[in-house]
Design a protein around this ligand. Sequence first.
Ligand code: 4AD
Length: 430
Amino acid sequence: MELTKIAGIFEKGKGSFYTRGWVKRKRELKNKMFILLRDETDELQCVLDKDKADKKLVDVVEKATIESSIELKGSLRKDERAPNGFELDIEDLKIVGLADTFPIGRDLSEEFLLDVRHLWIRSSKISNALKVRATVFEAFREFMKENNFTETSGPMFVSGSVEGGSTLFKVPYFDKTVYLTQSSQFYLEVMMYSLGNCYTIAPSFRAEKSRTPRHLTEFWHAEAEMPWAGLEDIIDLEERMLKYMVEKVVTDREKELVRLGRDPKTLEPSINKKFHRMTYEEAVKEISKKFSYVKSGFDLGEKEEREFTKDLDRPIILTHYPTSLKPFYHRADPKDPMHVLCNDILAPEGYGEIIGSGERCWNTEELIERIKKDKLPLEPYQWYIDLRKYGSVPHAGFGMGLERFTSWLCKAQTIRDVVPIPRTITRTYP
Ligand code: 4AD
């Protein structure tokens, strides 16, 4: 019978408890030996009185090194001083897998911790963030289901760029060169004609030479496409979705957020208040007060977005970016063709862009003209152009970097802390 969720404790017979896990910490105080046991649920303080215990048991407890996997039997006591109010008096301990000297201690560089990420992943910092990330995925799927979107998936090997050629990873593919996809958007636009509202959660790859706290070369992308919809429809969907997702994480992962140093109360404005909104041009005016080099047509980067959003208490929606800054698929505003009907959503507290979105160019001639203007070959996009020839409809969609979003919720110092095994420009190991 499972008695409590603390470190997977089970009651075995009257008053006798059984548990198992890994040795997180060990210390000795006078005649007492303490083991802090951890598993995926929690931590449990276990104690052995050396003077009273059997010599053989004392030897085994002494032998159990940090990160050894152990099985324990004992009696459970309430103890206010223990980390979660309980302590286990050890009656028996078996070492299942004796650990070598664990290479991770205090005050190590991020580079070293990334080298040993396969071991560092066991830390409470990473495991709490990964639990929040799992709830982020769950919340996205839940919201999409409730809003009648069907899940689907596109290919990862593709023949053309979505977000511009400079960030494509080339892959040898038999006698050809293909690329790893930067976004599944174009395939969602295909599937929309078959499924209607549709979405995917898939990896996207960017050969971006940016070593910032918010860039990965491989990230998980939640993308959706909606037929018969324009810019305002997609903005409305995104705002409702983000509110839903933040609320679910705050409700289901309060403990993890607190452990990560995020006060869940600080996320309430993102649930209860309408998001801020302004056009790109209005934002540029604001940002130029701090950075004089920022003028209309400037491609806002990590630094500018960080400064712009650092004091906000909830996300901000920026609309109508210059046509010159955005890829060809964005529909130009018929009233102002110098700007596109697009929006980005920036997270508060300096985290910056979490969503890229907008209305798609759905007219054949306009699309061909835009592809040519971007100096791209038409051939790889023939199928994409075809979609406009056979019953095209106005449509809109978005892409959200799930780690960017998780990073903000967890108040992470870097996006690398919220992905299990991060991939960056310098890292493909472990
Ligand atoms: O703004 P982006 O480039 O837009 C697209 O890819 C569209 N095709 C999406 C769509 O409309 N279906 O990327 C979308 C989001 C960004 O807002 C950001 O959250 C995330 O993807 N993202 C990254 N996350 C981590 N590391 C990177 N290098 C990222 N690049 C983009």
